[in-house]
Design a protein around this ligand. Structure first.
Ligand code: ARG
Length: 547
């Protein structure tokens, strides 16, 4: 375990060594500390070793630290920094399938889907950065009874013209209207049932209408994901697995795992002592399958198709039980790989609204964020002349949404507040972008300065040292985020870096300093910028050069 103290560069806690069994867990801990410190000998890298309070303090050769750490940043981008650390040597690499976003056709895209989208993207980026082969999958809610209603509703009050022009909006309207009308119209209810039956039996007219709904939705979403800087390798969906779901039911039957309940539904017993105290329904009494049945089929078929080493599902906490049951059933069926499936869940966001009311579509959130940010930028006197202010405003606004969301533990929900999210000062995504743009501007203004070599001993002030020590922790922070898949470690690391850079801007001027000092400081700023940009990209943020 390494932590930094103002004087020591590393601190090794004896408590940890005791817990890990490296040292005996009894005896006077301070005595143990002093004994151990006395046995360790300084060398050319570690200059000084001393006993602190139940911990050993190491001071490293600072000039060497600056030299080695900043070596890679001589020229341009250096995204591998931190990623090729020895810390990751023991990490198992392989194929990771991350399923995220997964909205439902014709239904609202809520804040939960947005959270799943950005968290899933972060996990995929992180896994990929650390050398895994990553498959990004979107699993659309494109099947189920509601498509009966949507299809029947569309036949009654849908309009092809509107569907093409304003697709998501129109599908949503039709669905809402159909739901309302079905409450008192037996005809519509029957039509919905018929439509869904036609779909399940692959009748061409119904399938072709459904296919149009799906294609149009995917096209619209692709456009929105692009605005977010996110892509998917696969647009899967529940519809892909409806036939396989029936096969799963048969398989369960032949394994003796499927029981028929009193109500005539097909269930599986998940209670530990087999007394049916915890059952999960897999088949309706009319023989149709459910959400979970399709998920079982989907998991099995993904394993066959992609041979993943691990699979991660990202949804809000309300689906925790669903995924627990899913993994249990897969294991019961003999799929030991289900042990390498994992559900990453997150708390609810409340109060995400636009000026005109509730958020219905992802587009509403993106438009609102962009408009608000553009307004803030126009008000600010530090805003630069930009080629495309809308584009910059959008990128900055998205980073603000991401940072707001990633600052705390994923499990805790929060109350959404536009003003707080988009603040220029304070720990926000705007601050990250602003710091990045300011560093870029510093680099631009000093393009003439020769930076191929630098003298590390020019970086002896406390401010430079603190930045160097901070950068040195980058791999450890990525490691932590990889361990628990929590973006907060990385976000808080980057925010801290930005505060340190702000102090360095004040205290370590480049302009007007002797050439060797200017050179060394530029190298330090360049290193900070590279790490900041690399970290932002892992979070799913596109760093801007100017704002
Ligand atoms: N479409 C679902 C929803 O909006 C989320 C799907 C999650 N993934 C899964 N494999 N069940 O609630």
């Amino acid at each position: 375990m390494c932590f930094f103290r103002p004087t020591a560069d590393f601190k090794l806690s004896l408590g940890t060594l005791r817990i890990d069994g490296i040292l005996p867990s009894s005896g006077d801990i301070q005595l143990q500390t002093e004994n151990l410190a006395a046995q360790l000998k300084p060398d050319s890298v570690v200059e000084d070793i001393s006993a602190g309070d139940a911990s050993i303090h190491f001071k490293i050769n600072r000039s060497l630290l600056a030299e080695k750490l900043l070596e890679p940043f001589g020229k341009g981008e250096h995204y591998e920094f931190g990623l090729n650390s020895k810390l990751f040597d023991s990490l198992k690499r392989g194929t990771t399938l991350v399923e995220f976003s997964s909205p439902n056709i014709a239904k609202r895209f809520h804040a939960g889907h947005l959270r799943s989208t950005i968290i899933g993207n972060f996990i995929a980026n992180l896994k990929q950065s650390l050398g895994n082969n990553v498959i990004r999958m979107n699993y659309l809610g494109d099947w189920g009874m509601q498509f009966g209603l949507l299809g029947a509703g569309f036949n009654k009050f849908g309009c092809m013209e509107k569907l093409k022009r304003n697709s998501l909006q129109h599908l949503f309207e039709v669905y809402v209207q159909a739901n309302k009308e079905a409450e008192h119209s037996e005809d519509l209810k029957q039509a919905a049932k018929d439509f869904f039956r036609q779909l399940e039996q692959h009748e061409s007219q119904a399938v072709s209408l459904w296919q149009q709904f799906r294609d149009i939705t995917v096209k619209e979403y692709k456009h929105m994901y692009k605005r977010l800087g996110i892509h998917f390798d696969v647009y899967s969906g529940e519809s892909f697995h409806q036939d396989q779901a029936q096969e799963v039911v048969q398989e369960l039957q032949s394994q003796g795992l499927l029981k028929t309940s009193e109500k005539g539904t097909g269930v599986i017993d998940l209670s530990p002592n087999g007394d049916m105290s915890n059952i999960c329904t897999l088949l309706r009494s009319d023989g149709t399958t459910l959400y979970i049945t399709r998920d079982i089929a989907a998991a099995i078929s993904r394993k066959e198709e992609y041979c993943f080493d691990e699979m991660i599902y990202v949804t809000d906490t309300s689906q925790e039980n669903h995924f627990n049951q899913l993994f249990q059933i897969l294991l019961k069926m003999g799929n030991s790989w289900a042990g390498r499936c994992r559900h990453v869940s997150f708390g609810l966001v409340q109060g995400m609204r636009t000026r005109t009311g509730k958020v219905v579509f992802l587009e509403d959130v993106l438009d609102e964020a962009q408009a608000r940010m553009l307004h803030n930028m126009n008000q600010s006197h530090t805003t630069k002349e930009l080629e495309n202010p809308e584009d910059t405003a959008e990128k900055v606004a998205i980073s603000a949404l991401i940072v707001q969301d990633f600052k705390g533990p994923l499990q805790s929900g929060y109350k959404f507040d536009w003003a707080r999210t988009l603040q220029a000062q304070g720990d926000t995504g705007v601050f990250l972008q602003y710091t990045h743009a300011r560093l870029c501007s510093l680099m631009r203004r000093n393009e003439g300065v020769e930076t191929a070599t630098f003298n590390p001993s020019c970086l002896c002030e406390q401010t430079s040292r603190t930045i160097l020590q901070h950068l040195l922790r980058y791999d450890e922070v990525l490691y932590k985020s990889h361990q628990d898949l929590e973006p907060k470690h990385l976000v808080n690391f980057l925010l801290k870096l930005c505060h340190l850079v702000a102090a360095a801007h004040r205290e370590l001027p480049v302009k007007g300093s002797p050439p060797d000092v200017a050179q060394a400081r530029l190298r330090l700023f360049s290193g900070a910028r590279s790490v900041l940009a690399g970290g932002m990209r892992i979070l799913g943020i596109t760093p801007v050069q100017k704002m």
